[in-house]
Design a protein around this ligand. Structure first.
Ligand SMILES: *Cc1c(COP(=O)(O)O)cnc(C)c1O
Length: 364
């Protein structure tokens, strides 16, 4: 029998969440963001659930090729654009749309020989200071791009740094509007947090929304709001089983470093899941976990291949009992990936992206 760990990708939940994202901007088209191998879900595995997207956005050219291999003929957008001149040949050949965020990318495009003019998304740095042209440089870049025979159409794009927090999108939106208000072209503004939290301010402003994390069933603004608050469903379940049971007396310790000491007699389950499976090593004692669908807690340190869990709330549990590390238990109970991420001091994004290669995956 294989080691009992298993990840499940939930196709219906992906479709549901994508529809939820779409409902925030019913007049806009939706890029399903599938970078980082569809946030760890696997592009091929997630594809069925995301078919109703208007396009797919990512940043690896190899991932774009995989989408074309799935026979996706619709739009694909490279969110970081081209990394060198040869990438433009692939864009021409596969009909990829690409972001232009710096002058070097315009130079490459100007030197590119193509029969098929390209659709580009010109990115403004409206305050995040990652990729994009500063507002005062943006119109010059637009003018230059627009004059190139290699360019068919220029769309306008920016990315919000604080859509998930108290600062919101208003300052960046004002900068973007001031520079672009009289430029033609479609606009693409909103990530998940902007779509969910600021849809009123953004209505009619974004022709293409760019939801990522919401599509994968995690709240962009946790712990302020939960995935359930936004009507999102888990798209990835990480499950395993209890492969050992230990009875501890008061004073006994657990695992490497003996970081947990039992204060009374207790029963522990040893679960076949560790950091080599993508479960964060930083999860401390108290991190939530489901055993037979009942919420209990991790105790002691996460090791490479195992974690130990407190079976006190689940006296019926024993060898072979089902354990849900995140996602949906067979009993129907949900352990939000965001709850585990919070305990580990990170975000759901990192957990799903880090699912390890050795974990078998099924799609339902
Ligand atoms: C990753 C990404 C998104 C999606 O962000 P989420 O927070 O996952 O919704 C949108 N736009 C750009 C440019 C991105 O890189």
């Amino acid at each position: 029998m294989p080691r009992p760990i298993l990840a499940t990708i939930h196709t219906a939940a992906l479709a549901h969440n994508l529809a939820r994202a779409r409902a925030t901007a019913p007049d806009a088209r939706v890029w399903a963001i599938v970078k980082a191998n569809a946030y760890g879900h696997g592009i091929e595995r997630a594809f069925d659930g995301l078919r109703s997207a208007d396009g797919f956005a990512l940043l690896d050219l190899a991932e774009a090729q995989r989408l074309r291999a799935l026979d996706w003929r619709g739009p694909i957008l490279l969110l970081e654009g081209c990394f060198d001149a040869r990438d433009l040949e692939l864009c021409s050949r596969l009909g990829l749309w690409h972001t232009v965020h710096c002058n070097a990318q315009i130079d490459m495009l100007a030197a590119h020989k193509t029969q098929v003019p390209h659709r580009v998304f010109l990115k403004m740095n409206s305050g995040m200071n990652r990729l994009g042209f500063k507002p005062e440089r943006y119109r010059a870049a637009w003018t230059r791009l627009n004059a190139l025979p290699q360019v068919e159409e220029v769309s306008l794009m920016t990315h919000f740094s604080d859509a998930d927090g108290p600062q919101g999108v208003h300052a960046q939106l004002a900068v973007f509007d001031a520079v672009t208000h009289d430029l033609p072209g479609e606009r693409s503004l909103s990530n998940s947090a902007a779509s969910l939290r600021h849809n009123a301010a953004l209505t009619g402003r974004s022709d293409w929304i760019r939801p990522g994390i919401a599509v994968y069933g995690s709240a962009p603004d946790t712990p302020e709001h939960s995935a359930a608050h936004w009507g999102l469903q888990p798209t990835m379940t990480l499950a395993s089983k209890i492969i050992g049971v230990q009875h501890l007396a008061a004073g006994d310790t657990v695992g490497y470093g003996s970081t947990f000491t039992a204060d009374k007699p207790m029963t522990l389950g040893v679960v076949a899941c560790g950091y080599a499976d993508g479960y964060p090593r930083h999860c401390p004692t108290g991190t939530p976990v489901l055993v037979k669908g009942v919420r209990t807690r991790l105790v002691g340190r996460v090791s490479m291949d195992m974690v130990t869990v407190d079976l006190s709330p689940v006296p019926a549990a024993g060898m072979g009992s089902d354990v849900t590390l995140w996602g949906r238990a067979a009993e129907g109970a949900v352990l939000p990936i965001d709850d585990v991420a919070l305990a580990a001091g990170t975000v759901g994004y990192e957990l799903m992206c880090a699912l390890a290669q050795r974990v078998p995956v099924v799609v339902v």
